[in-house]
Design a protein around this ligand. Sequence first.
Ligand code: AAT
Length: 287
Amino acid sequence: LQQGWFTESDTWPGAGLSLQVEEVLHKEKSSYQDIMILQTKSFGKALILDNIIQCTEFDEFSYQEMISFLPLCSHPNPERILVVGGGDGGVAREAVKHPKVLSVDVVEIDERVVKLSEQYLPFMACGFKHDKVTLHIEDGFEFMKNNAQQFDIIITDSSDPVGPNESLFQKTYIESLKRSLKPGGIICSQVGSIWIKEDQDTMIRLSKDCSANFKKVTLATISIPSYPTGNISFILATDNELVNFKVPAYSFTLEEMNKHKLKHYSPDLHSASFSIPRFARMIIPHI
Ligand code: AAT
């Protein structure tokens, strides 16, 4: 921390994303990564892993709602949900809002992320309290080896391809996602920003691996100020030819959106998220 600012510099070569810090609430080295909880000046509390911002109180809803409802609302009957990563509880909190969901399994590798989220980020960790949610402390990759054809939706809410989650960006991971899906299931993985060359390379590679395994592959992109470049994108894929990602299979009514306090996702923005800039479409094949 230099002069009261935290800068994430590893993920955006030649540039950096900085947050002004009021207090370092917690700092430790877990068995998997360096963990920090910061009280920031204008983004509320922030969870930092290995010097990468995972979420901030101010804008986490954008990421958590979109990574959850883009796949869930694209599926006609999303009953069984798996979240790989997601130790803050935010995706679990969102997924249970979908009326068809029967169970949400969250597989987080680092128990300390869960414990610290419960302590400092209860507005997200509340996701773990729901009866439909089961938490497993395990490597997501290992978990899937023992769970073939179990899930309608698998959301990879993982950190960037450095540290413990490197395996989550490999071809064998995509193959194991496919094995763990029920017929017609949908996968959705965080793949970084369309503005960053290194992330584009990940997208190019994953879009190839996905199209080798799935009939339909697409990219969605959203706006979020606390990730580098203010953008994060998701790769979604399915074998269900009836799925049209641009047209939600389930549309939340205004009443439901208000009841569930949705602040970012709407059926309208669902469709719009799959309209990506031309440069990205030209670089990334198969989407
Ligand atoms: N919703 C917050 C966003 C995240 S959190 C990513 C989580 O994935 C972390 O808690 C991390 O401990 C966990 N994780 C990493 N590797 C594995 C693994 N192999 N199995 C299970 N969980 C894992 C993502 C932030 C995106 C950042 C964008 N720059």
